[in-house]
Design a binder for this molecule. Structure first.
Ligand code: SF4
Length: 363
């Protein structure tokens, strides 16, 4: 299929199309490339929570802010397997495991993550990880363990990124996506709406994603969940209309990608979510928590599927299962040392919240 070469003006024009016309157009594109009756149920499981050295302004897991999340070390194979089986029993066909790391480091913890990937793969679930920045060798090792997808969000435009995060650069995100692309692992990358960015930032992010070759197989669209103690705690919730616009624009700009309606669904009515599905959202994250933030309970999601006549998408409907290779074949090849960037520019809100958290810890 020929991929359209978008520019920013065209994406902005799509975003600003009158809403019902936009939804109609997105729904038409969705029907050309996807089964509109199916929505994939995915589960996001935090396998290592909190204590992260990064300063993402939206994230309660950043060690430098004072939030009330309960931290935990890496979950065991048994804990993850049980969570996966529970999710599968209610229709989930993908498990995404998240670890609050800046980047993956070779060693015991990474070896353990590879075991977790093998265990979930055995259950015939699509297994996805989000572990921070990743070298090419680490991507290959995850591929050999049977990883199906790697999530690494761009979050927003390159310009606005500098106002939210100072501990790494946009180029690192793109380099990680590039490393994943050198394997057969599918790419999952999207963003967050409602951090104070302009519409232009949202569309610039979509442009960057649309210019990846090939475009990401998955594009999660999150609404910011403002968590107390994080620099973005005062942000007002984004309106459902903006979410619908963002989903629809993503669908039109990247017709083949699965658009994933991700964080922020607790603020959305069934009617609002229905319009998102109409506009091309092909997946939700289910379970009562998304890493650390609240999410609708499974019962209400299943009820919503029932009301809307939706079916959960089966596993491996977009790309075949990856069979893990034998241990000998995946023997650790030690990685060239990559120096991920540390821009270190000052973000006033991040600094103020980190300083306040320091005081709380002292006190
Ligand atoms: S979003 Fe990820 S990298 Fe950023 S602070 Fe949270 S856990 Fe760390």
């Amino acid at each position: 299929m020929e991929v359209k070469n978008w520019n920013l003006e065209e994406i902005l024009a799509v975003y600003h199309t009158p809403l019902l016309e936009l939804v109609y157009r997105a729904a038409s594109v969705h029907r050309e490339h996807h089964n509109p009756r199916e929505v994939q149920i995915s589960t996001l499981l935090s396998i290592k929570t909190g204590g992260c050295p990064e300063d993402c302004g939206y994230c309660p897991q950043a060690a430098r802010y004072h939030t009330d999340i309960a931290t935990n070390d890496l979950l065991s194979v048994q804990e993850v397997t049980q969570a996966a089986i529970r999710a599968q029993a209610v229709g989930a066909s993908r498990l995404c495991m998240g670890a609050a790391w800046r980047n993956v480091k070779d060693g015991e913890e990474f070896e353990h993550v590879l075991d977790l990937v093998r265990a979930v793969n055995k259950l015939d679930m699509e297994v996805c990880c989000t572990l921070g920045m990743l070298t090419e060798n680490q991507a290959h090792r995850l591929e050999n363990a049977g990883l199906y997808a790697y999530n690494h969000n761009l979050d927003t435009s390159e310009d606005f990124y500098k106002e939210v995060i100072s501990t790494r650069g946009y180029g690192d995100r793109l380099a990680t996506l590039d490393n994943v692309r050198k394997t057969n692992i599918t790419v999952c990358s999207g963003g967050i709406v409602g951090m104070g960015e302009a519409v232009e930032d949202r569309c610039k992010m979509l442009l960057t994603l649309a210019q990846l070759t090939p475009q990401p197989e998955s594009v999660p669209i999150n609404a910011l969940v403002a968590v107390a103690g994080t620099p973005l705690e005062e942000q007002q919730p984004v309106s459902i209309w903006e979410m619908i616009r963002m989903v629809a624009t993503t669908r039109i700009v990247m017709p083949q990608s699965t658009v994933r309606l991700s964080a922020g669904r607790t603020e959305m009515s069934t009617e609002g979510q229905a319009l998102c599905f109409m506009a091309g959202a092909g997946s939700i994250f289910a379970g009562d928590k998304l890493l650390t933030t609240p999410n609708p309970d499974m019962h209400s999601d299943l009820n919503m599927f029932d009301v809307l006549g939706l079916q959960p998408t089966p596993a491996y409907s977009k790309a075949p299962k990856r069979e893990p290779l034998e241990e000998e074949e995946t023997a650790a090849e030690r990685e060239e040392r990559i120096r991920w960037s540390r821009p270190g520019h000052k973000i006033a809100a991040n600094e103020a919240y980190a300083a306040a958290a320091k005081e709380v810890r002292k006190g």
